[in-house]
Design a protein around this ligand. Sequence first.
Ligand code: SF4
Ligand code: SF4
Length: 171
Amino acid sequence: MADSERVKRRLKEDRIPEAFWPDEWGEKKKRPKEIAVVDVNLCFPCMKCPEFCPVGCIEQLRPGTVQGRGDNQPVQVRVEECIGCYICVEVCANLTDYDAIRMYPTELIEQALDVEIGDVKPDEYHPARPWDEDFAEGGSFRHVGKGSRIVEKMNAEERARAGFRPHGRSS
Ligand code: SF4
Ligand code: SF4
């Protein structure tokens, strides 16, 4: 788990402008409104975002997980543990050339990945999976996450097709 003071200091030093700094770090205490997911095909990986994640829920995928990448596997978020702080999005966009992470409405993640996102970190470890069919370039949801300009231009029908519910934050 990341040390909160070190992470805050580095965010300041590296001028990450819009990252939300949780008052309390290192423990999930409520269900977030949004969850981060990595486009695994865009992730190098430089291994910067795992250093900054305040709850340590970004891990490198195991060798051979994404075909053709061998041992040089991308990272992915353990979605059940993410607290939705947005820091990794800012880190990847500002400290690297990859811009590989987006935020997505929690309900969309639950529906798309058939997972449950609760108020606290699950007791069991659920290893990160690539989710490349859904959240990589060409996938259903890559362009609808926070940080995407495309979602702002979508009409109601397009948003519904992309999985946004009428009462959802992003609809
Ligand atoms: S900062 Fe971006 S490129 Fe670097 S490991 Fe994280 S997702 Fe991958
Ligand atoms: S938004 Fe990113 S940095 Fe924040 S908890 Fe989720 S994976 Fe970690």
